[in-house]
Write a protein of this length. Structure first.
Length: 124
């Protein structure tokens, strides 16, 4: 499926609307980017590494990790090999959250795809 700009924005709007209507935590874009970075890229993850990969300041990453940790979507622990580093780890709750969020995206994309003209569907 290939989306034009308007359909892509409508998909994003639908996903966000469904997300904020759900019982799941309402995460900021920064928090979501950090959460997905941890779950979609191979570990290990550190505050420093996340800040570099997302081009964010370490204090901004730390604040987002505070929230994500409080929600039990991630957990932090000291790196036993280098006590200056904090390792960021996945949790079952975070995995469930992202699985459900992924399902929300898939469901919304099916609705958008059904509304696309037949010619646009064949491009993909």
């Amino acid at each position: 499926m290939e989306l034009d700009r308007t359909a892509a924005l409508q998909l994003w709007r639908d996903v966000l609307a469904n997300s904020v209507r759900s019982d799941a935590p309402d995460l900021s874009a920064r928090q979501m980017a950090i959460l997905m970075a941890v779950y979609l890229t191979p570990p290990p993850h550190t505050v420093r590494g996340l800040a570099l990969s997302l081009d964010l300041g370490k204090p901004a990453v730390t604040r987002a990790l505070d929230t994500l940790s409080n929600l039990k979507l991630l957990k932090r622990r000291k790196d036993p090999d280098d006590l200056r580093n904090v390792l960021v780890q996945r949790t079952v709750a975070g995995s469930v959250f992202l699985t459900e969020f992924g399902d929300t995206i898939c469901d919304a994309s099916k609705i958008i795809e059904a509304k696309l003209p037949e010619t646009a569907k064949k491009v993909a």
